[in-house]
Structure formats: structure tokens, C-alpha cells
Design a protein around this ligand. Structure first.
Ligand code: APR
Length: 247
């Protein structure tokens, strides 16, 4: 039996499957990941761009990276991997997607139960006065965009050095505790606490299926089945088999 079929059969037999996704799932949409050779961190040193202290000391510089991400998100489309996860949810096979991504591509593909562990780019807020403003109501012609109080606006994402949004943290760990299957897709699993989720799931008895063209931290330790293919290619094929099993 090939790995696509094994993956599909395990998914179809699961009671409560959840997915944990990372930047790799959006690579086939045209968004680079972070840690691959040509990833974001090869162009933007995280020590200078990714910490909350970086934003506080030089918001203009950090906004150069944020504005580039923002314009990329506006140009790209969900790919076959996002579409397959959305379809698995509609088929009742996938209960939740926990994503580390801030690109909203899961929602744009139609997934409804998406837990955004690192926040999102749809709205911005001001750390000085707390005001929240929608992205669509914010002009990015002068950087940083400013709040009516004068403070710099920042997207509702998490910089290194900040805590995970409480509700997302609670819901993600609840899903990890109760799932019997976790699909780990396109993440290096190097960043904590997101990287704890597969470990919590495994400890609670779940099977781990992973899709990643390159082995991750988990691949040779706790992953039960590793499909070494790009996510869109693999999940597109897996969706076909799932439909055939369910027909
Ligand atoms: N399909 C599946 N996986 C892929 C693909 C693809 N087409 N292309 C690349 N990958 C894999 C890479 O092999 C790598 O293991 O996706 C993974 C991406 O890893 P990272 O770049 O580390 O991204 P991620 O795991 O999401 O990073 C976590 O770190 O700095 C941050 O906050 C940022 O949310 C991000 C967090």
C-alpha cells in the first residue's frame, strides 16, 4: 500500500483529527517559508526584524518586512493543500486546523475552525492606546501606519518575545489533548510552544502523520508516517483517495 493510501485510510478511520500547519503549506501558493535556504529569514535576520523589541525600537524597519508580507498575502491564492483541508472539514474528517501562519489562506480556502496560533494580518492594533483597526481601513503608503493617538500600528501577529493569544493557546492545546490523529504539515517544529502540540498529542495517544519534503524535528522521533512531498501535491492526491474510500 502506498503512503498516500495509508494516510487516507488512517484519516478516514480517525475519530477526531486535527491539523497543525506551518509556513510550508503556503509555499506552493508562492509565500516563502522562514527557515529554508531562500526563506524569509535568509533576507530578514530574525534578531533584527522578528522580536517585539525590534518593533518598539525601529517600527519603520520592521514595517518594511511586514509591508512586503502584506502585499504578498494580497496577491496569492490558497493551494491544493489548503483546499484539501477545507474539504476534509466539510466531510467531517477534520475537526480543526491549528496554524502558525498569518496569511489567512486556510479561511480563504473555506476552512471554518481555524485556530491562529501566531495571530493574523486582517487587523492591526496600537500598543500605546489599544485601538484596533481593520487592515482594509489602513493605508500603508507611509510606514509605519499610525493610530489616531500617534502610536505605530502593528498587525495582530505575535512577535518573538510576546505570548500566544490566550484563546488560541487554550483551544490548540485542548485539540492536541483530545485528538486521536494529528496531521503535521509544512512545519520545521522548531518554534515553541507550537512545537509542543504534536508532542502533547502523541503523549495523549494520537497518531502523527506528517507531510514535509524535508525531515523535520519530529520526522524521525515521534512521526508515525512521513510523506516526503510538497503539501499541495500530496494532499491533492490524498483527497482523491479519501473521496474514493467514502464513495
Ligand atoms: N510542502 C510542505 N512542507 C514544505 C513545503 C511544501 N511545499 N516547502 C517547505 N516545506 C517545509 C520545510 O521543509 C520546513 O520544514 O515547511 C517547513 C517550514 O518551516 P519554517 O520555515 O521553520 O516555518 P514554520 O515551521 O511555520 O515556522 C514556525 O517560526 O519564525 C517563525 O513565526 C514564524 O510561524 C513561524 C514559526
Amino acid at each position: 500500500m502506498n503512503d498516500y493510501r495509508k494516510f487516507s485510510e488512517i484519516l478516514c478511520k480517525s475519530r477526531h483529527a486535527v491539523a497543525l500547519t506551518g509556513a510550508g503549506i503556503s509555499v506552493e501558493s508562492g509565500i516563502p517559508d522562514f527557515r529554508s535556504k531562500d526563506g524569509m529569514w535568509s533576507r530578514f535576520d530574525p534578531a533584527e526584524y522578528a522580536y517585539i523589541e525590534s518593533f518598539r525600537s525601529d517600527p519603520v524597519k520592521v514595517w518594511k518586512m511586514l509591508a512586503e508580507m502584506d502585499s504578498l498575502f494580497a496577491r496569492v491564492q490558497p493551494n491544493a493543500a489548503h483546499a484539501a483541508l477545507s474539504e476534509f472539514e466539510k466531510l467531517g474528517l477534520l475537526k480543526a486546523v491549528v496554524t502558525q501562519n498569518i496569511d489567512s489562506l486556510h479561511q480563504r480556502a473555506g476552512s471554518s475552525n481555524v485556530i491562529e496560533f501566531h495571530g493574523h494580518f486582517r487587523s492591526l492594533h496600537c500598543d500605546c492606546c489599544g485601538k484596533i483597526q481593520m487592515r482594509q481601513d489602513t493605508k500603508l503608503d507611509a510606514l509605519p501606519p499610525r493610530c489616531s493617538c500617534g502610536g505605530p500600528l502593528r498587525p495582530d501577529i505575535i512577535f518573538f518575545g510576546e505570548g500566544i493569544p490566550g484563546d488560541a493557546y487554550r483551544r490548540a492545546f485542548e485539540e492536541a489533548e483530545k485528538c486521536d490523529l494529528m496531521l503535521v504539515i509544512g512545519t520545521s517544529a522548531l518554534v515553541s510552544p507550537a512545537s509542543m502540540l504534536p508532542r502533547v498529542a502523541k503523549k495523549a495517544g494520537a497518531l502523527l502523520l506528517e507531510i514535509n519534503p524535508t525531515a523535520s524535528e519530529l520526522s524521525h522521533s515521534i512521526t508515525d508516517l512521513l510523506v516526503m512531498e510538497p503539501a499541495g501535491k500530496a494532499l491533492g492526491a490524498i483527497l482523491e483517495i479519501v473521496r474514493e474510500i467514502r464513495s
